[in-house]
Design a protein around this ligand. Structure first.
Ligand code: KG4
Ligand code: ZN
Length: 334
């Protein structure tokens, strides 16, 4: 009997400390995520130095617990995969250094994973049926990009936000509404109780050619509206603002999928957890003959299962690994 190949994945690019273990390329045997969000909530956003220190404090325990959950011995690990960018440099450095140290100590290969590619691999983790080529919309707190995925590892940037990421706009509008950080999930809930047609917020860049997005102006429109109408119902503001975000994201990504002649649109990242976005994309996709798919909710927001999956794929299928001199790359792109 051949011994199973175990990959340990480590994610620490922002405010989630996460460790996962995969057996082979698909079999997830441990998946732990510790969110620092509550700790940052009092500051209204992620404080990088506080995040770094907390990753450092939490990571060894998560590794220990993941190994116990997987019911393996640390010496059974065959590959270490850790996020090396994009993200906050301090937090990245913590997970990356830990991962490299672990690979060195165990004398096993190390592979650095691009966090954005990790988000794309979250789909593979949830549903093995949808394989490239496909169009991917990565929509998170740090990114809003349309990527044509010809094959895993072959990415073509089709469009991206020219200012704020969609998740960032949601979090900032959440702050205006007095919602704690991160606000995406609460805006999602409030919007279900509000009227999306109550306020006519702009649909930025909706009519412009190309596939870029912009959310900073929309966020300012909400700010001005709230200054003028301080008693406006929170639910209506959330519903109307979200309707605008969802409308732009849906229109551009469906058009891009058609333009690139792809049959599938894969929507990943924290904002892909949004119920309104999921509904609208699926309805409009069906109308246009496009199959829109999403990872399971727990793989949309930051996690290490997606990092282990991407790392295992690159190592097992593509025979890749990185030298231990690999450093953090805060602005890494796909
Ligand atoms: O992918 P992610 O966990 O971290 C980054 O890589 O940025 O995404 C976090 C973002 C936050 O802006 C958060 O407000 C948003 O995802 N988010 C949501 C929902 N859950 C998380 N946005 C809308 N609806 C949700 N249900
Ligand atoms: Zn992310």
């Amino acid at each position: 009997m051949t011994t199973p190949f175990y990959t340990i994945g480590i994610e620490s690019s922002c405010d989630e400390t996460a460790v996962a273990i995969m057996r082979g390329e698909r079999d997830l045997v441990a998946n732990l995520v510790y969110s620092q969000a509550q700790m940052h909530a009092r500051y209204g956003g992620v404080v990088p130095e506080v995040a770094s220190r907390d990753h450092l404090r939490k990571l060894p325990y998560l590794v220990r617990d993941a190994i116990a959950e997987a019911k393996i011995d640390i010496r059974d690990i065959s590959l270490v995969a850790a996020t090396y960018g994009p993200g906050l440099v301090g937090p990245l450095l913590v997970g990356l250094s830990y991962g490299k140290g672990m690979a060195f100590g165990l004398s096993v290969p190390f592979i650095g994973v691009n966090h954005l590619e990790g988000h794309i691999f979250a789909q593979r983790l949830s549903d093995a049926e949808v394989e490239p080529p496909f169009m991917a919309l990565i929509v998170s707190g740090g990114h809003t990009s349309l990527i044509d995925v010809a094959a895993y590892g072959e990415y073509h940037l089709v469009g991206m936000t020219v200012d704020d990421a969609a998740g960032e706009a949601l979090d900032k509008v959440g702050k205006m509404l007095g919602i704690g950080y991160p606000a995406g999930a609460e805006i999602d809930r409030l919007a279900s109780e509000g009227n999306p047609a109550a306020i006519n917020f702009p649909r930025p860049m909706s009519g412009s050619p190309g596939f870029d997005f912009s959310f900073a102006g929309l966020k300012t429109s909400v700010l001005y509206h709230l200054r003028k109408h301080p008693r406006e119902k929170k639910e209506d503001v959330a519903a109307s603002f979200l309707a605008s975000v969802v409308s732009v994201l849906t229109k551009k990504s469906i058009n891009a999928t058609k333009r690139y002649h792809r049959k599938n649109l894969v929507v990943v990242g924290g904002v892909a957890a949004n119920a309104h976005l999921r509904d609208r994309l699926q309805t409009d996709g069906k109308e246009k003959g496009i199959d829109v798919v999403f990872p399971a909710i727990e793989y949309c927001t930051d996690n290490a299962a997606m990092i282990a999956t991407a790392g295992a794929y690159h190592h097992i299928a593509m025979q890749e690994s990185h030298p231990l001199s690999l450093g953090p790359q805060p602005s890494l792109s796909l």
